[in-house]
Design a protein around this ligand. Structure first.
Ligand code: NAD
Ligand code: UD1
Length: 341
């Protein structure tokens, strides 16, 4: 059985990916410092999979501590999710973002090299396309100028990994550029569990629908789009998780080097359409008002999915209705999120 180390595997996308890996016959080891997730996720994963995964509470920047994970296990592949991801926070705390995101990746790479682990999947983001509106974004679209330190860490890490793979002829690196991951596992036991007031659309709508927040402010309705609100490529987190299994299989069956794939649906949904779809899922109106544009937002962003379909065999199965209904199930089953104990 092939073993995958999932760093950040206690987080939102990581925990869903752990399930997909397990369901596809992989053994999984999780390394997470719990800086943005709660230990209860491990109990929920055990409920869903009927198995307790090996879990290390470790900071991936701490080489000595992370080395224990590599020395105690025979690891075949790594999926590196561990990182900080809040755009606004990254503007206020750039050093923490550069330090955590870049050092954790470099430490993982050093240990992969030392222990002869050659397969690496990295969580990148559509944010590396910058402010361009030349949609759909293909993997050949030029990298843009990022608008915040979080985005730059992804941009820089892609380059660092290209250089690493060039210097290490046995390394196989797969860069995955996610569009907008939303939704939750069908069980309602795990989902996106942000601390404090959410910044992103779906967690915010969920809290308004659930009554914890009073109203959604739609950031701008004067964009050059059919209904005036911004368009994004929302992708169900369970589809995204499946994309990671396909990426691992791809690495297992390909030669060394760097590969790169967008993970999206190729379909754009406006903020107004997202609100309407959520209203359908929860069965009542979502209180919302229209406010000014949010600085840094682009009008339209969606993926070209051609390459992922052709080379990875990846096609997203779920649409906006399933994304909303799974979010709503997670919200109603866990109105306060997961507990900290
Ligand atoms: P998340 O915050 O839910 O998960 C990240 C996990 O990594 C958390 O459990 C956190 O505790 C852990 N972590 C952070 N720094 C760590 C460190 N130094 N050592 C060990 N563990 C550490 O975030 P997510 O939404 O699941 O995102 C996972 C990855 O995907 C991130 O790298 C993120 O930047 C990237 N990504 C996310 C999105 C999105 O919209 N969620 C979009 C594009 C890319
Ligand atoms: C944001 C980040 C992006 C990151 C992605 C990961 C910014 C500028 N971009 O993308 O770098 O990779 O999250 O999840 O933060 N909206 C509202 N009201 C709200 C919240 C959002 O109208 O309260 C709108 C936004 O203007 C946007 C859409 O909803 O048009 C989606 O927003 P969001 O969920 O924050 O994602 P992105 O901005 O696409």
């Amino acid at each position: 059985m092939s073993t995958v180390l999932v760093t950040g595997g206690n987080g939102y996308i990581g925990s869903h990916t752990v399930i997909s890996l397990y369901e596809n016959g992989y053994d999984v080891i999780i390394a997470d410092n719990l800086s943005n997730s709660k230990m209860e996720v491990q109990n929920r994963l055990e409920k869903i999979c009927g198995k307790r995964f090996k879990f290390y509470n470790v900071d991936c920047c701490d080489e000595a501590a992370l080395e224990k994970v590599f020395s105690e296990n025979k690891i075949d592949s790594v999926i590196h999710f561990a990182g900080l991801k809040a755009v606004g926070e990254s503007v206020r705390m750039p050093l923490e973002y550069y330090s955590n995101n870049i050092n954790s990746m470099i430490t993982v790479c050093k240990l992969m090299k030392k222990y002869g682990v050659n397969n690496l999947v990295f969580s990148s983001s559509a944010t590396v396309y910058g402010m361009s509106e030349d949609v759909p974004f293909t993997e050949e679209s030029p990298l843009g100028v990022c608008t915040n330190p979080y985005g730059w860490t992804k941009w820089m890490l892609e380059q660092i990994l290209r250089d690493f793979a060039k210097a290490e002829p046995s390394m196989k690196v797969c860069l995955l550029r996610y569009f907008n991951p939303v939704g939750a596992h069908e069980s309602g036991l795990i989902g996106e569990d942000p601390r404090g007031i959410p910044n992103n659309l779906f967690p915010y709508i969920s809290k308004v629908a659930g009554g914890t927040l009073e109203k959604l402010t739609v950031f701008g309705d004067d964009y050059d789009t059919p209904d005036g609100t911004c368009i994004r490529d929302y992708i169900h987190v369970v589809d995204l998780a499946d994309g990671h299994v396909k990426a691992i299989r791809y690495l297992e069956s390909h030669d060394a080097g760097v590969s790169l794939f967008n993970l999206g649906t190729g379909k754009g949904t406006s903020v107004k359409e997202a609100v309407a779809a959520f209203e359908k899922a929860c069965g009542h109106e979502i209180n919302h008002v229209f406010g000014p544009r949010r600085p840094g937002d682009i009008a339209v962003c969606y993926a070209s999915t051609e390459k992922a379909e052709k080379e990875l065999g990846f096609v997203a199965k779920y649409g906006i209705d399933e994304m909303c209904s799974s979010c709503w199930k997670w919200q109603t089953m866990n109105p306060e999120g997961l507990s900290d104990d």
